[in-house]
Design a protein around this ligand. Structure first.
Ligand SMILES: [Zn+2]
Length: 380
């Protein structure tokens, strides 16, 4: 994923926390601030290589900052986290020759260097995730045990600070159960000794939540998903089962993944045939040829070689689809051309070749049917 998109997601997370709304609503709000109708629209454009401009990034950041209430309260951990620009590290330094920077965002940590990053969630004992960018897969320093260990010592230390900061913002009763095991929800208030996880429907004791910084010990869901009443289970026959805390209370070994954040062009059957059909439309001059381009059968085999079957009534046999041939050449695709006989979709096939304007062609079809045939409108 591109850094700009990661930053937008981070901003959405801040917005969600500050406004106590679900993450998806916050993502949509950010997308709207950038003139998209919703996040899905933004995300699919980003997949095609679009990136927000510097100006748009500034716009998104300003949108989130202005929405943050409570600026006049005492400066809490979460306020400080919020006020810090997203690109400002909480710590930077070097391990050997390799520079690193650590970023904190609402309790989650990202430690990163050239082509690698380590992600640590705010929950106690959450498993660090190490990501190595594919071009660096073999020579990244995090591949070396000693380097990774040194990096994790730093990440663990910063994570401990973050966790301390978070619990210092919370009511004392959130992290310290009373004699009956009753705790207070740190974000929503409300007291209980028994809680439920919206994610896994698990039943959790107050003591477990206090110990795990209000993340579900079973599935890791964040405090926003923990409730004293399992209202979402009303009318269902799901019986919440007690969640077991892991028996060994220590941070698990990291998961190491090779990731590829570069824009990727996949030259498979779908895209090759899409490019070829687009080229056919470029080659098409008359309405009949344009219909022929749209109805042409395009096959791409496992080797990526292609065959275009054109209808002889829609595409003149003497006409070479030059743009399609050129596209095949650029893609390194062997192209075979065939003609077949389908059924011309409209009467008087020759009309489709007589002119180039689609409007005039449709007018001619309407006139001819008015005079010699019948026009059937499905709305009638
Ligand atoms: Zn859970």
């Amino acid at each position: 994923m591109k850094n700009e998109i990661i930053t937008l997601k981070t901003l959405a997370k801040r917005y969600a926390r500050a406004n106590r709304i679900p993450q998806y609503e916050a993502l949509n709000a950010i997308a709207t601030a950038l003139n998209f109708t919703h996040w899905t629209g933004l995300a699919s454009k980003a997949k095609q290589g679009w990136m927000p401009s510097d100006e748009q990034m500034a716009q998104a950041e300003a949108f989130v900052l202005q929405s943050h209430p409570g600026a006049d309260e005492k400066e809490s951990f979460i306020d400080r986290s919020f006020a810090r620009p997203v690109d400002e590290p909480v710590r930077e330094g070097k391990i050997g020759d390799h520079a690193y920077r650590v970023f904190e965002s609402f309790g989650d940590l990202r430690m990163e260097g050239d082509g690698w990053r380590i992600l640590v969630g705010e929950a106690q004992f959450s498993q660090p995730v190490v990501e190595i960018e594919k071009p660096h897969a073999d020579k990244s320093p995090v591949r070396k045990g000693a380097f990774l260990d040194a990096a994790l010592v730093i990440a663990d230390k910063e994570a401990a600070k973050v966790r301390a900061g978070i619990s210092s913002d919370w009511p004392r009763r959130s992290t310290k159960p009373d004699a009956e095991g009753v705790v207070v929800h740190p974000l929503f208030g409300g007291k209980s000794s028994e809680w439920y996880c919206l994610h896994c429907d698990g039943k959790i004791t107050g003591a477990q939540l206090a110990e795990n910084l209000w993340h579900c010990p079973g599935c890791g869901a964040s405090p926003i998903n923990i409730s004293s009443e399992p209202a979402w289970l009303d009318g269902s026959d799901v019986e919440p089962k007690p969640v077991k805390s892991p028996s060994i209370q220590q941070r698990p070994e990291p998961e190491v993944n090779v990731v590829d954040s570069r824009p990727t062009l996949t030259l498979g059957e779908d895209n090759i045939s899409l490019f070829l059909r687009t080229a056919l439309l470029e080659d098409a001059v008359t309405p009949a040829e344009r219909i022929g381009a749209q109805l042409a059968e395009i096959y791409v085999d496992e080797d990526g070689d292609a065959c275009i079957v054109l209808d002889e009534d829609l595409w003149p046999e003497s006409k070479d689809p030059e743009a399609a041939i050129a596209v095949a050449e650029v893609l390194g695709v062997e192209l075979e051309l065939n003609a077949t006989c389908m059924t011309f979709p409209f009467a008087w096939p020759s009309l489709g070749h007589a002119i180039t304007s689609t409007r005039d062609y449709v007018q001619m079809l309407l006139d001819a049917h008015q005079e010699h045939g019948v026009i059937h409108r499905e709305s009638d």
